[in-house]
Design a protein around this ligand. Structure first.
Ligand SMILES: *Cc1c(COP(=O)(O)O)cnc(C)c1O
Length: 456
């Protein structure tokens, strides 16, 4: 009969096996990592009836051979999944793939964690930095003002209004002095979206990471709209990355899911050594276990399935979004187009530096753009509604990152609850339409926009 020490040795062998697989995957190109991750034929033959696709383990719990294994596993002395709120073999494959993709092309080590949504990824990533610490000044958060509406609400309503946390919004993210004067001894974390949804605002990742680190604060970044196929913040000095995997990562639209990826040895002025050395794993074993934002294993595998084609889709969608932007920019009924690939984009140089297709290095700018409807003034909401209602093939919805092109009228949807000041902060006007370009033929997308303009 195996005793506790035997199980701990078996656990050590499991860890070595995982390390070997990571080492193997680190040598591959982006698409290969996305396709295979850590799942291989050996594992399929010994553990999964030879199935060439990763298993979906729907079971809530894992059984153990004997007391000794249970004791070793539940005291975290060997790798285990024990209960799907903490870990699961299916979510494991997704976590390992995203950690590899976010550190692709570098020697950086990182760990991933699946969450039930993008919002819960942000909550899980930020919560541990707001712990009580009487040796420090009252906590504050420094964040770009132009963030996803849900993030704005989580920081402003839940953190500031309900819990009294000082939230310091950065209004001009290009102004490094504004960042510098906001970040101080009380700053627990610095947060930024790249590019922001829906305003497509960006900032200098390396410089802001440097400013955060000077004050012993981590930089947490949401790169949902770029995806690791274009921008990998950990490689520019950020500490933690979060994604709404509900968007382009699970592009066919099958689940709400989130991801958190942290590099080893993050910078923080609070928290225990285990938290700093491997944030994602520490979070999974402790606060995530207690708070319960786990992802269903089926959602994890469906997300993983879509991620295998991420890079080629992003390349195709980016090219189409570029053509659509140019078409819109030259249209007489358009006031302004906001797309990082256009020369007119504020921060086009930074976009070229930080948005490059993995493996090719070619600057590419993603699938999302914003257009302001109206010939000569930015406030023609009547014409905007006529244009919007005139869309035929393109979907009217508050969604993005899909294989299908979707258009959103943000002032009455995603940014309806923020009020006039909140919308102004986010750069949303009544004539702002966000377009998330899909994988259709560009000619058909442009033809649909063209006939919608005719409805004005
Ligand atoms: C959608 C979105 C979120 C929230 O993600 P959910 O999966 O909907 O919870 C966070 N950040 C950005 C940039 C998003 O687009």
């Amino acid at each position: 009969m195996a005793d506790l020490q035997d199980w701990i040795s078996i656990g050590r062998e499991m860890i070595n096996d995982r390390e070997r697989r990571i080492h193997r995957a680190k040598k591959w190109k982006f698409d290969t990592v996305a396709t295979h991750g850590l799942y291989d034929i050996q594992q399929a033959l010994t553990q999964n009836n030879g199935s060439i696709m990763e298993p979906v383990y729907m079971s809530p719990a894992q059984a153990y051979a004997d007391t000794a294994e249970m004791e070793a596993a539940l005291s975290y002395q060997m790798p285990t999944w024990c209960y799907s709120r903490i870990a699961n073999p299916s979510t494991y494959f997704l976590e390992e793939v995203i950690a590899l993709l976010e550190t692709y092309g570098t020697s950086i080590e990182a760990s991933g964690l699946c969450t039930s949504s993008g919002m819960s990824a942000i909550r899980t990533a930020t919560d541990p930095f707001l712990v009580k610490d009487n040796s420090l000044p009252p906590p504050n958060i420094v964040s770009c003002a132009k963030v996803y509406g849900g993030t704005f609400q989580q920081f402003w309503v839940r953190r500031h209004e309900e819990q009294g946390v000082d939230v310091r919004w950065i209004h001009n993210p290009f102004d490094l002095e504004e960042w510098r004067s906001a970040i101080d001894e009380g700053t627990r974390f610095v947060f930024g979206e790249f590019p922001s949804n829906p305003s497509l605002s960006i900032f200098d990742i390396e410089k802001v990471a440097g400013l955060a680190h000077q004050m012993n604060s981590p930089l947490i970044m949401d790169t949902t709209c770029a995806s690791p196929a274009l921008t990998r913040p950990l490689t520019y000095g950020a500490d933690i990355v979060v994604h709404s995997a509900s968007k382009v990562l699970s592009t066919s639209g099958t689940s709400i899911s989130g991801l958190l990826i942290a590099r080893k040895n993050i910078i923080s002025k609070v928290g225990c050594d285990d938290m700093k050395s491997d944030f994602a794993v520490w979070a999974k074993l402790w606060p995530y276990r207690d708070n319960g934002p786990s992802l269903h294993p089926l959602g994890a595998i469906m997300t993983l399935n879509d991620m295998r084609t991420l890079r080629m889709r992003i390349a195709h969608m980016s090219k189409t979004a570029m053509s659509v932007s140019k078409y819109l920019e030259s249209h007489p009924r358009v006031f302004r187009v906001n797309y990082p690939g256009l020369n007119s984009f504020k921060g086009h140089d930074l976009a070229q530096k930080y948005m490059k297709l993995a493996d090719s290095g070619e600057p590419m700018f993603g699938y999302m753009l914003m257009v302001e409807i109206g010939e000569d003034h930015p406030d023609s909401s009547v014409n905007t509604r006529k244009f919007y209602d005139g869309l035929d093939m393109i979907w009217r919805a508050t969604d993005l990152g899909r294989v299908k092109t979707v258009a959103t009228l943000n002032a009455i949807s995603t940014h309806q609850q923020q009020g006039e000041t909140g919308r102004k902060l986010a750069g949303i006007h009544p004539n702002t339409v966000r377009i998330s370009v899909g994988i259709e033929n560009p000619d058909d997308i442009i033809a649909d926009l063209d006939q919608a303009f005719d409805c004005i």
